[in-house]
Design a protein around this ligand. Sequence first.
Ligand SMILES: Nc1nc2c(ncn2[C@@H]2O[C@H](COP(=O)(O)OP(=O)(O)OP(=O)(O)O)[C@@H](O)[C@H]2O)c(=O)[nH]1
Ligand SMILES: [Mg+2]
Length: 493
Amino acid sequence: MSAYVGEPGDVPLSRPTFEILSRAQLRTAGQSLKEALTPTVRLGVTGLSRAGKTVFITALVRNLMIGGRLPFFTPEAEGRVRDCNLEPQPDDAIPRFDYEAHLASLAADPPEWPDSTRRISELRLSLAFRPRDIVRRTLGLDRLHIDIVDYPGEWLIDLALLDQSYTTWSADALRKAEARHRASLSAEWRAFAGNAAAQADAEQAAIEGARKFTAYLAAAKASEHGVGALTPGRFLMPGDLAGSPLLTFFPLLAEDTALHRLLEKRFESYKREVVKPFFRNHFLKLDRQVVLVDVLGALSRGPESVTDLEEALTGVLAAFRPGTNSWLSNLYTRRIDRVLFAATKADHVSRASHDRLEAILMALTERAARRVTSAGGDVRVMALAALRATREAEVRRGTETLPCIAGIPMPGEVVAGKSFDGKREAVIFPGDLPADPNDALAHPGQTMTGTAATFVRFRPPRLATPIGAHEPAPTPHIRLDRALDYLIGDWLP
Ligand SMILES: Nc1nc2c(ncn2[C@@H]2O[C@H](COP(=O)(O)OP(=O)(O)OP(=O)(O)O)[C@@H](O)[C@H]2O)c(=O)[nH]1
Ligand SMILES: [Mg+2]
């Protein structure tokens, strides 16, 4: 074949292959590469209702963003944290954690606690730091994305359902419903369930039974302050599943009836359509997890509340340490390598009791862990207050000095017979937690008797920037920096 030489007017089909990139293009390419190489740590924050999830996340984010006092957060102590800002929420299918609204409540005048939240939400923080590692420093790999995912602890406890058949779940649910402190609350539903199999219309019986069962769960939750985590978790937090057949079932002991078969089918659908997607789409993607626990609340409410809490913790631990034969262990990737159990609201007791509070949660989790088989990642226990609403104070009584706490009780709170208006400060002797955690767990009512502080809701501290001040008001806390160090410190090498 002879070579084609070309003629005047020919148009080249392609541009020359080698082109010099402009400086701006190189910079953009470098930035995209840097962004692609920026690691992301996904931090799960969970706990039963009112455990303190929203306050924990809001306080953590604010402390990082304003450069708060975090002396035990190693990268901060080493002066390596540069700045921290919010980035667009990366997962379009998950609602954004409404940081601004929660902070606005806390920064209001007078400050208010944020509203209760009922669904999963997520927030992305981007933290710039000076790497210790010279290679990273040279390459400019100096950012970490922190995706914080807030989800109800009730969803975590639901994971245990994956290992249960409808029959075993029904027997367990009935045993819990018959417990002394729930028997009267569940009486109407149990009476209905006792005769339900005789009803001709299985669908109507399922609807009516599910309604009565949900009413019992709601009553139990209210009387137990949300501690006794009863399954299925979505019955009380249905979100967009309200009224769906997925939530139209209830426990029924084995009987070969049309109703039993229908309820069993619905139970299996709930596992498949609700529990497994949560496990796959959210839980499996987490790297680190903090489980917030209102230990003081449970202790102050007495022995049944402590038993409920232990049962709930067993359910939580089962998600992290699945048994050898479980469905979970088949899919378990061991991605979560650190779990922190944190006793919240430690500002309700004086400093001397913080270690004791930690020891009580440790004893509780160890007891719960004994019921769960194989080991999972690293587990640590801590006592903290994400947002400290009280300060330490001392009161002299005769020759004795009592370690007290001082704070402003919320309006309507009653302390030692005195009603508070939300403006005046009260100094309270909260009592000491026992040195032996087993004493606290064996006699929880006595432990906290007279410790009015555990029942009092204090006003959050004032976060509004003082007039004329250059720096935002600090976000006081107890041990939040230690929690942060354990959870993400090693991601900032
Ligand atoms: N004193 C004190 N109280 C706290 C602290 N954290 C939470 N609280 C109290 O606990 C309540 C519940 O806190 P939230 O952060 O809303 O709890 P949550 O787990 O998000 O609750 P839900 O959204 O209802 O599941 C608050 O309204 C405060 O009264 C804390 O660090 N110190
Ligand atoms: Mg919340």
